[in-house]
Design a protein around this ligand. Structure first.
Ligand SMILES: O=C(CO)[C@H](O)[C@H](O)COP(=O)(O)O
Length: 186
């Protein structure tokens, strides 16, 4: 019982924090059964729900529908080995996703090396969908941001480069400026 109250108290604190901060909570689920997480993520206050195309090929329409019904923004992610063409139907369908996340490392853990060859996917997406939100995740920091931003990525996931920095705010500014500059040029 004590454990339940402990958990419930933490859950309430997180909900309270989210409502005060009004932060955009971008949730990327590297799971095989994303349908099971729509309800819990919505209850926890997620703003965006990104699932993997590799696991949802047969039921992505239903998944996107449920995500939207719960008031979240649907996004689709793809692993480095997955061809970019696999996400096109999800962007072009009747009930499309609103973001594509191009993984620039194998999903699993932080601190991996950025894969520049994934930028071909980003360029192809940006050319085809000029106003789509294109996210990149893995190995992003001051030394890799320019190549990602100039390829067309406008949403950046960065872990090690920010949390490992002496001045995290400065790193965030560098990343943001690179994306802003690239967006203004295009
Ligand atoms: O979770 C990840 C991979 O599954 C991400 O790549 C990670 O969160 C970002 O970390 P880093 O900036 O250290 O690459």
């Amino acid at each position: 019982m004590l454990q339940f109250y402990d958990f419930y108290e933490k859950y309430l604190s997180i909900c309270w924090l989210i409502s005060i901060l009004r932060a955009y909570l971008d949730c990327h689920l590297m799971v095989t059964n994303p349908l099971d997480y729509v309800e819990p993520l919505a209850k926890a206050g997620a703003s965006g729900f990104t699932f993997h195309v590799e696991v949802a090929k047969d039921y992505w329409q239903e998944l996107v529908h449920q995500i939207k019904m719960k008031g979240m923004r649907p996004g689709v992610a793809l692993k480095p080995g997955t061809p970019i063409e696999e996400v096109y139907p999800l962007v072009e369908g009747d009930n499309p996703v609103e973001l594509v996340l191009v993984m620039t490392v194998e999903p699993g853990f932080g601190g991996q090396k950025f894969m520049p060859e994934m930028m071909d996917k980003v360029r192809a997406l940006r050319k085809k969908y000029p106003s789509l939100d294109i996210e990149v995740d893995g190995g992003l920091g001051p030394s890799t941001i320019d190549v990602a931003a100039s390829a067309g990525a406008n949403c950046i996931v960065a872990g090690s480069s920010i949390f490992g920095a002496k001045e995290p705010a400065n790193v965030i500014s560098v990343l943001r400026k690179s994306v802003d500059d690239a967006q203004h040029k295009s």
